[in-house]
Design a protein around this ligand. Structure first.
Ligand SMILES: [Zn+2]
Length: 364
């Protein structure tokens, strides 16, 4: 008894003595956040799924918080979309305008990096589990020697002798690199008579260095979902921010069209995995401390296999503070504010505004 008392006193002394240093450190966040992406989910189609009772988990989630409309003011594609959602900036700040016009997101501009900086890298786990291969990548910039690429620029010089062409072909990077490099992408430059294709680094090239886990190219929802459950279990004792990106809706839309059974099934698949994630959080006793936001980067052209002009998406959440409709760039500030960051101190100033406060955009 006596001994326990002494231990308690020593502990209290230690606590008092260390308060000076503790005060300098940021407190652990009260909540974890999981941002779930259903790439390419059209708002109207989702509404139909909800009306038919095909997305019960989304309905339940939103019943605890809200389901609001998100409109897209910029290009309705994947690179532009997730960049805006994960940074809170317009393309003029990030340089990511569209799938074909982009650069690496500037260092420290994403939610992942801001949280790591704010809490200290030991005090938060930041994770991205991504279904897409292409558009959601972290590849470095590439300089590829152009050989026999008819699509690059019209050949002005006569064909080189066969022997020389063969030698040049050998000098080119391995086939894998050539396959990944999309032929229409990148600028062609000529140096000392040799043509090169300069492909910019992919959007998450810098981001990846400033976060804990970045996994992409998982393609199938089942793979994304199981990996997420595995990582939630692994990091259950840490405060965390997860970005979980499901690609099957988008892939099915491109392959079969927006009104197809496949597109509809993919939305149901997203809902199935939302249910699994919620169940896992409940099993780990984390659900009450975790905000979940489900959203999409763009919708789909009605009845088509494209999303050229598809600005209507949604945000569903168990966060009861979300009180209004908004834009893609409003999602990052919503999450950053939930983690306790002072938005007014963020540089450069965010283009988005948290969905937990009213905001009337200026009318032109
Ligand atoms: Zn997309």
């Amino acid at each position: 008894m006596q001994r326990r008392y002494e231990v308690a006193i020593i502990f209290c002394l230690f606590a008092v003595l260390s308060m000076g240093t503790l005060a300098d450190e940021k407190a652990a966040p009260l909540r974890n956040v999981i941002l779930i992406g259903w790439d390419g989910t059209q708002r109207n189609h989702l509404k139909e799924c909800l009306a038919r009772g095909e997305t019960p988990n989304l309905k339940r989630l939103a019943s605890e918080g809200n389901l609001v409309a998100i409109d897209v003011l910029r290009v309705t594609d994947t690179k532009a979309g997730w960049t805006q959602i994960l940074t809170g900036y317009n393309p003029e700040v990030t340089g990511v305008f569209s799938n074909g016009n982009y650069q690496p997101i500037p260092k420290d501009y994403t939610i992942f990096e801001r949280l790591e900086k704010f809490f200290g890298s030991e005090n938060i786990v930041t994770v991205a589990v991504i279904g897409k291969k292409g558009h959601m990548d972290d590849d470095p910039p590439q300089k590829i020697r152009v050989v026999d690429d008819e699509s690059a620029v019209p050949r002005k010089t006569p064909k080189q002798p066969k022997g020389k062409r063969k030698a040049a072909k050998v000098a080119v990077k391995p086939a894998k690199l050539k396959k990944n490099a999309q032929p229409q992408e990148g600028k062609i430059v000529e140096e000392n008579g040799v043509r090169y294709r300069i492909i910019p680094g992919k959007p998450y090239y810098h981001t990846r260095e400033g976060m804990d886990v970045f996994i992409n190219g998982l393609i199938k929802d089942d793979v994304v979902g199981s990996k997420t459950l595995e990582l939630l279990t692994k990091y259950k004792d840490n405060p965390f921010f997860f970005f979980v990106h499901f690609a099957q809706v988008d892939h099915s839309g491109h392959a079969h069209g927006e009104n197809s059974k496949e597109y509809n099934d993919a939305i149901k698949s997203g809902d199935f995995w939302l249910g699994k994630i919620v169940a896992k959080l409940k099993e780990l006793n984390l659900y009450d401390r975790t905000y979940i936001y489900v959203t999409a980067d763009h919708g789909f052209d009605e009845g088509k296999g494209s999303h050229m002009d598809a600005p209507y998406v949604f945000l569903a959440t168990n966060d009861p503070g979300v009180m209004r409709r908004g834009f893609r760039e409003d999602i990052a500030p919503t999450i950053l504010e939930r983690f306790g960051l002072d938005l007014s101190s963020i540089k450069p100033p965010l283009d988005g505004h948290p969905l937990t406060k009213s905001y009337t955009p200026p009318v032109w």
